[in-house]
Design a protein around this ligand. Structure first.
Ligand SMILES: Cc1cc2nc3c(=O)[nH]c(=O)nc-3n(C[C@H](O)[C@H](O)[C@H](O)COP(=O)(O)O)c2cc1C
Length: 181
């Protein structure tokens, strides 16, 4: 059996008892033999994006974030939608990766898990496409009414569970066929 793939999980929610955090934990349990998922815990410590500090005088938090993406075989983004958009904290983090191409050809899963989530999902998918996240069109899932579909760290909705299994099998295939990993 091959080594578990290293996956960096980035959550768009910093809320205690977040559904998105619970979902990441549920996915980590489901794929415990295939994926080694670590959560990027410092998203709230990243400075506000400023192009002046993007290439020189880059903060250590930003350098660490970029390194964690580069060291991972793949990235999992799990996020709610806020006011029909992408949570500012997540968009801010992604903006720090644009000019350094950290997502370029990096196998990436996008899950929007929210009450509805359609608008934020579409916007973030477009951002991930433009920064060339690998196979992102296939590796995305919108989970609406998330709070009725997971509890603590278990996915209770059968259809969602099947969708997650299929999504992550595709993710693993994408990682396996990626020449950069
Ligand atoms: C400020 C704010 C705005 C929100 N706006 C939306 C929205 O536009 N669409 C939506 O689907 N849910 C919206 N929600 C509800 C979130 O989807 C819901 O709270 C979700 O569970 C948050 O994810 P979390 O549990 O991982 O924190 C909003 C919540 C907050 C706090």
């Amino acid at each position: 059996m091959s080594q578990p793939k290293k996956v960096l999980a980035i959550s768009g929610s910093t809320r205690q008892d977040s559904s998105n955090h619970n979902l990441i934990k549920a996915i980590a349990d489901l794929f415990i033999n295939e994926l080694e998922i670590s959560i990027f815990e410092s998203i709230a410590n990243l400075p506000h994006f400023n192009p002046d500090d993007n290439n020189e005088n880059v903060s250590s938090q930003v350098l660490d974030f970029r390194k964690q993406i580069n060291d991972a075989d793949g990235v999992l983004i799990c996020t709610p939608e806020y006011a029909h958009g992408v949570p500012g904290i997540l968009k801010n983090a992604i903006d720090w990766t644009v000019s350094t191409n950290d997502f370029s050809h990096k196998p990436t899963v996008l899950i929007t898990a929210s009450t509805d989530g359609r608008f934020g999902h579409t916007a973030l998918l477009e951002t991930l496409k433009v920064i060339e996240a690998e196979n992102i069109e296939q590796l995305q899932l919108l989970i609406s009414f998330v709070r009725t579909k997971i509890n603590e760290n278990k996915i209770t909705d059968e259809k969602t569970l099947e969708e997650i299994k299929q999504l992550f099998n595709n993710f693993i295939k994408t990682i396996d066929s990626n020449p950069n990993t």
